[in-house]
Design a protein around this ligand. Structure first.
Ligand code: SAM
Length: 377
């Protein structure tokens, strides 16, 4: 059994718990910024392939206490590194410090590196080297007060990297966050979905992939655990094949639009890579021209919010116009706005039913829910 920690965007911990509960048969504990649980190799592969919301799956090597940098060196040195890596391997170290005694991140990282190198060199007279960009091992160390936890990151690259994007829209949502937000709206494939400011199409693509059971990283080959000594190709192939066999296409109503043609091109590009062209309807349009074909469903908008693109006074009017358009055209729908500007949200002018606190990286965000029921705005 391994001890795992799966990270996620802040605010999505509970729905991550629910998602993983469906994938593995283990008791799962909810923490701030992730979940932790025990599991086996199969669980590790399954989660890396299937989680839509999880971001990095770490496996714990050690947990203990440290009072100074020397203790950090010793506790890292004492680990059985020879069972994990050889002098031919490369590694990268990421440290997260939240401690009044161990505060110097560069020095701490250097001591950790020395400890690993010294340990391997002691037995072999040769040393592994650091590769920050494409290492064989991603080592993650978390120190909180006096507690130290040492992990190997089994994912390597964050799991929001699905492999369907070629170019990045400058305000594109993190895919794991978008998938989690969709779950929070309770959208399912029997409901129509509209995103009238779709940008690079993250909500649309994540929704279609979930609806058809398409594994979120069907286009991605890279995972750190594939470079580990215990990599079990047969088991991994089994999980991938099982995942692909569960894909099932059906009729679906997903509509995305954006004011800017280049953004629609980005959406199209990703949608084509996943062969979802005939399931997602795209158009170049001002949001205020969009009228739904159905009389109920979900409309979700992630409008510009000023920190990255746009301008505040114009945005206040834009947010007011979004509220007005929802009222006049999307009657019967459940509307959601996801934004990182808490001030602008007040300009929507609709009655709020629910406000969910989320983080987009370091930005404090809200997902706000407005049920659009005639006469009750
Ligand atoms: C924050 S970005 C959305 C990013 C998107 N969620 C993604 O993951 O790529 C906001 C988008 O709103 C679009 N937009 C701004 N004003 C608009 C308008 N009046 N009508 C339609 N789209 C608009 C922008 O072009 C931009 O792509």
């Amino acid at each position: 059994m391994y001890e795992f920690y799966l990270t996620c965007p802040r605010g999505l911990e509970n729905i991550l718990h629910d998602e993983i509960k469906l994938l593995i048969n283990q008791k799962i504990n909810v923490d701030k910024g992730g979940i932790y649980f025990n599991g086996n190799l199969e669980d590790m592969y399954r989660i890396n392939y299937h989680t839509r919301i999880g971001m990095n799956l770490h496996y714990k090597l050690f947990e203990g206490y440290v009072s100074n940098y020397n203790d950090v060196y010793k506790s890292i040195y004492n680990l059985k590194w020879n069972n994990i890596l050889t002098y031919n391997d490369t590694f990268a170290i990421r440290t997260k410090l939240n401690s009044t005694i161990i505060q110097n991140q560069n020095f701490c990282t250097m001591r950790i590196k020395d400890a690993i190198v010294d340990k391997i060199r002691k037995n072999t007279n040769k040393r592994p080297s650091i590769d920050k960009r494409n290492p064989n091992f991603y080592i993650f160390i978390y120190i909180k007060n006096k507690k130290i936890k040492v992990f190997l990151n089994s994912s390597g690259w964050p799991l929001f990297m699905r492999g369907y994007r070629s170019k990045i829209h400058k305000a594109a949502l993190n895919e794991s966050l978008a998938a989690g937000i969709l779950d929070l709206t309770n959208w399912n494939k029997n409901l129509s979905l509209y995103d009238p400011m779709c940008g690079s199409g993250t909500f649309l693509i994540e929704a279609a992939m979930k609806a058809f059971n398409i594994p979120p990283r069907i286009l991605r080959d890279f995972y750190a655990f594939k470079k580990w000594k215990n990599f079990d190709t047969k088991l991994w192939d089994k999980i991938v094949t099982e995942g692909k066999n569960k894909i099932k296409y059906s009729e679906i109503n997903i509509y995305g639009s954006d004011l800017i043609q280049q953004n629609i091109n980005l959406s199209e590009d990703s949608i084509r890579k996943l062969s979802l062209d005939k399931y997602i309807n795209l158009s170049v349009n001002n949001f205020n021209k969009i009228k739904p074909n159905e009389n109920k469903g979900i409309v979700i908008i992630n409008p510009p919010y000023g920190y990255r693109i746009g301008d505040i006074d114009k945005l206040k009017i834009l947010y007011k116009n979004i509220g007005d358009h929802f009222k006049t055209r999307f009657n019967g729908f459940d509307a959601y706005i996801f934004t990182g500007n808490l001030e602008l949200i007040k300009h929507i002018g609709l009655r709020t039913k629910k406000r969910i606190i989320l983080k987009n990286g370091t930005i404090d965000c809200r997902l706000v829910y407005y049920p659009l029921i005639s006469g009750k705005y």
